[in-house]
Design a protein around this ligand. Structure first.
Ligand code: FMN
Length: 186
């Protein structure tokens, strides 16, 4: 393989797709896609969800105000929802031109999307500002997972069941499941 050097202007980062559910000040809900999402670890056996938002979007304002949100994994079936929520700004109008089911979180007061196969209910622990972006480090207070999954341990999640949208400037879907840690160095 031969590589070529290019200006560091290209955005290539393989990102998971989540639709973030928040409560507006008037108690109504709002949803927007955010793909700058990862995890890190603090102590014990809990993960912190790490999520970054730029600008002045409503979702960011709601997270700053309430400290709470749901992160709804986007399956390929949910692409029309993600595309719709991402092309509308809540400050202009309520995002009600498309129908979708919403429920309250099982543990936190956050709106969740009925269509999502995996939902994190999150509470902000701390945040870091970089320019006009804020990165939130969040406790995961509850996970709602698709009932078709029955993992034998914390790493045994079959992503092909969840059929997630993978984003890197364009929408992609997942390929095959290739194996487990250790399978390729035997
Ligand atoms: C595929 C996709 C991924 C996005 N990822 C992010 C992101 O990681 N961080 C961010 O701040 N905005 C991201 N956005 C932009 C927001 O979703 C968009 O600004 C949205 O309109 C905000 O809605 P709101 O005004 O209801 O908060 C993304 C949009 C799309 C379509």
């Amino acid at each position: 393989m031969k590589r070529k050097s290019v200006k560091p202007i290209y955005s290539m980062c393989v990102q998971p797709s989540f639709i973030i559910g928040t409560n507006n000040e008037d108690g109504s809900h709002n949803f927007a896609p955010i793909t700058w999402v990862s995890v890190t670890h603090e102590e014990g056996d809990e993960y912190l969800l790490v999520i970054s938002m730029f600008g002045t979007k409503r979702t960011k304002q709601n997270v700053i105000r309430t400290g709470l949100f749901s992160a709804n994994l986007v399956s390929t079936e949910m692409l029309p929802l993600m595309d719709y929520f991402g092309s509308k700004h809540a400050k202009n109008a309520k995002k009600n031109d498309i129908s979708y089911g919403v429920s309250c979180g099982a543990v936190l007061d956050v709106p969740t999307l009925d269509a999502s196969p995996w939902v994190y209910e999150c509470e902000v622990a701390r945040s870091v500002e970089t320019g006009d972006s804020i990165t939130f480090f969040c406790h995961i207070k509850n996970i709602q997972m698709d009932e078709r999954l029955s993992p034998k341990d914390i790493f045994d999640i079959d992503l092909t069941v969840l059929d997630p949208v993978v984003y890197s400037g364009k929408y992609h879907s997942l390929g095959r499941m290739l194996g487990e840690i250790g399978d390729f160095c035997k």
